[in-house]
Every structure is written in structure tokens, then in C-alpha cells.
Design a protein around this ligand. Sequence first.
Ligand code: NAD
Ligand code: DAU
Length: 332
Amino acid sequence: MKIVVTGGAGFIGSNFVRYLYRERPSWHIAVYDKLTYAGDKRNLEGLDGDRVHLIEADICDEQKIDRAVADCDMVVHFAAESHNDNSLHSPWPFVETNLVGTFRILEAVRKHNKRLHHVSTDEVYGDLALDDPAKFTPDTPYNPSSPYSSTKAGSDLLVRAWVRSFGIQATISNCSNNYGPYQHVEKFIPRQITEILDGRRPKLYGSGENVRDWIHTEDHSSGVLAIVEHGRSGETYLIGANGEKSNKEVVELILELMGKDPKDYECVNDRPGHDLRYAIDTTTLHDELGWSPIYTDFRRGLSKTIDWYRQNESWWRLQKAETEAKYQEIGR
Ligand code: NAD
Ligand code: DAU
């Protein structure tokens, strides 16, 4: 099996590449990545170059993506602009990469008759009230809120249309919030850990009541692999780990695990249009493919993640100042 992993030098993509490398030793992996501010070659350090190679290119580049797709058996598509706050400040790269880039991949997959798995997000469904007993299912209507989530929703719809109109072989997964090693410090959990390591207070948007459904990135990887190997073409699978927590609860737990006063955080300006709550119903993935998460103890997963950031300061140090300067500009 020769697989192209777009966005394989980013957070979830590189964790997936490492997971595949370990779990499927006979597979060859081509990481196709533009290496934006969110991609880092170091995320692939230590992997044997005979089994994993990097194609440094843009998914919007028609010729380059065509060549990479022609030369593989299947594509797993993680590449995206992924941060909501950035999308509010500068939406164009989201439209270009998430919509045009996915279009380019679909056309290449159609031309060369290759299988595609498209990685998406639970944010396409909008948000839920805090007391709503419902969770997102594959039948929940799309209702995205931000430039990021609307371009991801658009990319999902493109995939569905290419399946129906052109008969391409494709699956989609919509996953909840990931945490774990190699996550950029712009994101919530690594930002708070590194703020504390730098002697500053964690920053909660608004009152911190917003709820996210946390999943360890390793569980996301096993879910994607299950779909790649056993998913039905044309299906959408939701991936989550029953990990609902308010942002306030998460910040308090990080502070406690790092030996600080759990109340020692500050509330900053809220994100415009901030989604209130996400929650995933994983029945299809569980019943149809027999998948379940391993990292069911959030405290333990978070503690391991904190250890990783403590031990890998050289990995995040360069991103940190630039990221905080951006947050300073927008008052968060
Ligand atoms: P990330 O921002 O950490 O990584 C994105 C990667 O894509 C980077 O390596 C970047 O260099 C690459 N990339 C960006 N634009 C590109 C382009 N035009 N051409 C080629 N490569 C490009 O993102 P992430 O958090 O790892 O998310 C990966 C995927 O998973 C995204 O599709 C995202 O929507 C989805 N997702 C993320 C989460 C989450 O919690 N982070 C949850 C569900 C789904
Ligand atoms: O649900 C899946 C999505 O999860 C993915 O599709 C996105 O790519 C990923 O970035 C993530 O989106 P969120 O917007 O939920 O993640 P973020 O880490 O930016 O923020 C998580 C929550 O924490 C959100 O409610 C905003 C809040 N927050 C964030 C930051 C950076 C804070 O309270 N303080 C912060 O400093």
C-alpha cells in the first residue's frame, strides 16, 4: 500500500503518520505538505526515509497534486488551515486551501481512480445548547459558524458531490477536538500549558463555559485507519471519545496537574461567534467498524501531554513568541 497523507507534517497528520508507521510496517507513506507556519519537518524526525518521504508542495498546485495522486493507492487528506481565530482575522487562506485545495485533490482522485479519505471536523454542524441532550450524528444538518468551519463544511460537500456525481471512492470523518503531542501552541491546551511554563496565567475566552468534546489524537488516528480499511465508500463517520468538558474545567485541571492554584487564570475577550458546545455520537463507528477509543482517562492523557510540552521546549519555543504577539494584537 502506497498512501499519500496531505498535511502529514501538521499536528494530527504527523501523529497519524507515526501511528501508521508503527501499525502498518509494510505501507509506504508520502507526506504531502506545504509546510505552512503549522507544518514542521521535525514532526517526522526519526522515521525511516525508505518508508516515509516528504513532498513539500501545496495541495492547490494542480500538477504536483496530480503527480502525487497518480503515484499512490490512496489519499488521506488532513491538509487544511485549521485555526478558528486565524480564520476570523484572515479568511482567504482558509477558502484557498480548504475549498480550492480539496477540489484539486478530488479532481486528481477522479482522474486516476484512487480512493480518498477526507478528514473533517465536528464544527461543520454548528453548536449545541449546554443542556441539549442531543449530540451530533451523521444526519445533523450542517450549520457552520466561522470562516474555518464553513470552508470545512464546503469541502465535505464537495466530497459528497464527487461521490454522487462522479462515483469516486471516498469516505469522510468528522472528529471532535484533538489534544496530544505536536499540537501548535496557538491551540487551547498547548497555549495554556506553555503560558504556565513561561510563568504567565492561562487565558480563558469569555466566561469559560464553552464545552469541547476532547479526544486524544492517537484515538483519532485509530478511527481514521479503521475507516480507511473498513469504511463504506460514500459514508460519513463521526469520531469522538465522550470527552465533554468546559474550557474552565480543562484550564483548572491543567493548573492542578502543573502544581498551581486551579483558580489562577484570567478571562480575556471572547471569540466572535464562539460556538458554545460540541458533542459527538460515535454509534456508527462503534457499531459498524467496532472502533473505540483507548484514551478514556482525560486526566491521564492531559498529564502525558503536559509532560511532552515540558520535555520538548525546543520544539515549541520558536512558535511561542510569534503566536502570543498575534494574540496580543487581537486582545486575547
Ligand atoms: P494543523 O494546522 O496542525 O496542520 C495542518 C497541516 O496542513 C500543516 O502541516 C500545514 O503545513 C498543512 N497545510 C496547510 N495548508 C496546506 C496546503 N495548501 N497544501 C499542503 N499542505 C498544507 O492542523 P490539525 O489540527 O493537525 O488538523 C488536521 C486536519 O484535521 C484538518 O483538516 C482539520 O480540519 C481536521 N480536524 C482537526 C481537529 C483538531 O482538533 N485540531 C479536529 C477535527 C478535525
Ligand atoms: O472541534 C474540532 C475543532 O477543534 C477543529 O476542527 C479545529 O481545527 C480545532 O482548532 C478545534 O477548534 P476550537 O476552536 O474548538 O479549538 P481551539 O483550541 O482554538 O479552542 C478550544 C476552546 O478553547 C474554544 O472554546 C476557544 C477556547 N480558547 C482557546 C484559546 C486558544 C480559550 O478559552 N483560550 C484560548 O487561549
